[in-house]
Design a protein around this ligand. Structure first.
Ligand code: ZN
Length: 187
């Protein structure tokens, strides 16, 4: 298990997106540094390096059983939110990827993320502010490169429940048990 300090540092490097994913802000796999959809890499204890989503799983649930993979329910590789991750065999992984229609030879499904993960929380606030001051939804959609219904959802507060900064705050520096409780993960 990771040292508590590593754990606190890890969870402090995560931001929310609109679908409730927790996006890893640290490093990416080499050669993937500018790819926002690449798996994250977490370097800790000076010499150790692990996939960010695997670290997230282990730090929350304990060691990953040998031979098993950590997959994303949300199909969003840089996401490290523990309840978006699940244990699977290679076979289950492939089946999951095939079901999602994007089997690309990698060990977990990747591909386009959900449409709303493009926006940062700061942009959400900005969109709401601009709308209040008279910018049309159509113009906002164009500016931010998202659909008009997405803008409507942001303005009307649908999806807002996904933005739970308090939840991530409650992760930093807490025990694994407290973090599981914060996500209401049982078992
Ligand atoms: Zn996610």
């Amino acid at each position: 298990m990771a040292h508590a300090l590593d754990s606190a540092r890890f969870w402090a490097r995560v931001r929310f997106d609109l679908m409730g994913c927790w996006i890893w802000l640290g490093g990416r796999r080499s050669g993937q540094r500018n790819n926002p959809k690449a798996y994250g890499i977490w370097r800790y204890a000076y010499t150790k390096s692990v996939s960010a989503h695997r670290f997230a799983w282990e730090d929350t649930f304990g060691p990953i059983p040998e031979g098993l993979k950590i997959c994303h329910r949300c199909d969003n590789p840089p996401c490290v939110r523990p309840d978006h991750l699940f244990l699977g065999t290679q076979k289950e992984n492939m089946a999951d990827a095939a079901r999602k229609g994007r089997l690309n030879g990698r060990d977990c499904p990747s591909g386009e993320a959900h449409p709303m993960s493009k926006l940062l929380i700061a942009e959400v606030f900005e969109i709401r502010r601009r709308y209040r001051t008279g910018t049309t939804q159509r113009a906002l959609a164009r500016t931010y490169g998202v659909s008009r219904p997405t803008i409507t959802a942001i303005i009307t507060g649908r999806n807002w429940r996904c933005l739970e900064p308090e939840k991530i705050k409650s992760f930093v520096g807490r025990s694994a048990a407290r973090r599981r409780a914060a996500l209401a993960i049982t078992g």
